[in-house]
Design a protein around this ligand. Structure first.
Ligand SMILES: NC(=O)c1ccc[n+]([C@@H]2O[C@H](COP(=O)([O-])OP(=O)(O)OC[C@H]3O[C@@H](n4cnc5c(N)ncnc54)[C@H](O)[C@@H]3O)[C@@H](O)[C@H]2O)c1
Ligand SMILES: O=C(O)C[C@H](O)C(=O)O
Length: 328
């Protein structure tokens, strides 16, 4: 018997990430090749944006995706999020050259108050929310705080692009295949302060840090490359990353919904006090997932170098949180 369709809301659906994301959701890459979906697409109430959204929907129609069970255009989060099972909050302004992501809080923060409130009122009580719009961690924190009747663990921020970037850099340096690397993670904020950590990573049972054996590369090449990759892409493309961001969003939601079979991935999730990160800080952690739930990997040793990096990214997140106190 075929499965009942699930509802997937996507905001910023006519934007560049939206264009790289929707077709993959509709083809079953996110929730499985046997899971029909109804897309509930939100754009701003602006004639040009709504017209562009209609164009994207015409293209979705033209793909004749067997799993696309329905599709709706919205300009109000209260209707877009009605009964939704998944919500990918992408819609918000991207940064331009020379900006830091945190500078976007002033223009984007309020979007997530309104959307958190709408999710609180109308979404499924089990909704899984992924915030992609920058600065993603603090926007996810705002949305979570604006939705007090939903479980806090339903709100997550996207660190998966940093995780995937780190995987590629480590694979190239260690001359191993990306697919063979396990137990890599990224701690903290989706910003240049994030701490990509391969101390626990293995390839076929061998420690990646022994294969690399180069702490200067870690501190002076690897961490700045991963941390500043978003800016490097903006510099090269003139636009912020879109296909790789959409790919990371698919990876994040797929793993959350379908499980990782014990493998580590990175998700930005509200802390429960783990690793000394205060409760509710939306922080990148290593997690495993099963049965639609994630669990933070516990008991990892944090050495002095790592603690220093974790403290820096935590401080930045706490400063961002203090800056949005008026929004939550
Ligand atoms: N977390 C990550 O790893 C990551 C990666 C890449 C990009 N991003 C962020 O994702 C966001 C979107 O990037 P993009 O390249 O698609 O931008 P874009 O400008 O191409 O598209 C954004 C879309 O969102 C819409 N929008 C704006 N406010 C909205 C609202 N309140 N409700 C619904 N829709 C709204 C706009 O009309 C636009 O169509 C940016 O904030 C960007 O910085 C995050
Ligand atoms: O860097 C940006 O502003 C876009 C995105 O967050 C990225 O990391 O590519």
């Amino acid at each position: 018997m075929s499965k009942k369709p699930v509802r997937v809301a996507v905001t910023g659906a006519a934007g560049q990430i939206g264009y790289a994301l929707l077709f993959r959701i509709a083809s079953g890459e996110m929730l499985g090749k046997d899971q029909p979906v109804i897309l509930q697409l939100l754009e701003i109430p602006d004639e040009k944006a709504q017209k562009a959204l209609k164009g994207v929907m015409m293209e979705l129609d033209d793909c004749a995706f067997p799993l696309l069970a329905g599709m709706e255009a919205h300009s109000d989060p209260m209707t877009a999020f009605k009964d939704t099972d998944y919500a990918l909050l992408v819609g918000s302004r991207p940064r331009g050259p020379g900006m830091e992501r945190a500078e976007l809080l002033a223009v984007n923060g309020a979007i997530f108050t309104a959307q958190g409130k709408a999710l609180d009122k109308v979404a499924s009580r089990n909704v899984k929310v992924l915030v992609v719009g920058n600065p993603a961690n603090t926007n996810a924190y705002i949305a979570m705080k604006s939705a007090p009747s939903l479980p806090r663990e339903n709100f997550t921020a996207m660190l998966r692009l940093d995780h995937n970037r780190a995987l590629s850099q480590v694979a190239a340096k260690a001359k191993v295949a990306v697919a063979d690397i396990e137990k890599l993670t990224v701690w903290g904020n989706h910003s240049p302060t994030m701490y990509a950590d391969y101390r626990f990573a293995t390839v076929g049972g061998k420690a990646v840090k022994d294969l690399i054996n180069d702490q200067a590369w870690n501190a002076d090449v690897f961490l700045p490359t991963v941390g500043k990759r978003g800016a490097a892409i903006i510099e090269a493309r003139g636009l912020s990353s879109a296909a790789s961001a959409a790919n990371a969003a698919i990876d994040h939601m797929r793993d959350w919904a379908l499980g990782t079979n014990g493998k580590w991935v990175t998700m930005g999730v509200p802390s429960n006090g783990d690793y000394g990160i205060p409760k509710d800080v939306m922080f990148g952690f290593p997690v495993t997932t099963a049965n639609g739930k994630y669990e933070i990997v516990k008991g990892l040793e944090i050495d002095a170098f790592s603690q220093d990096r974790i403290n820096k990214t935590l401080k930045e997140l706490q400063d961002e949180q203090a800056g949005v106190a008026h929004l939550v």
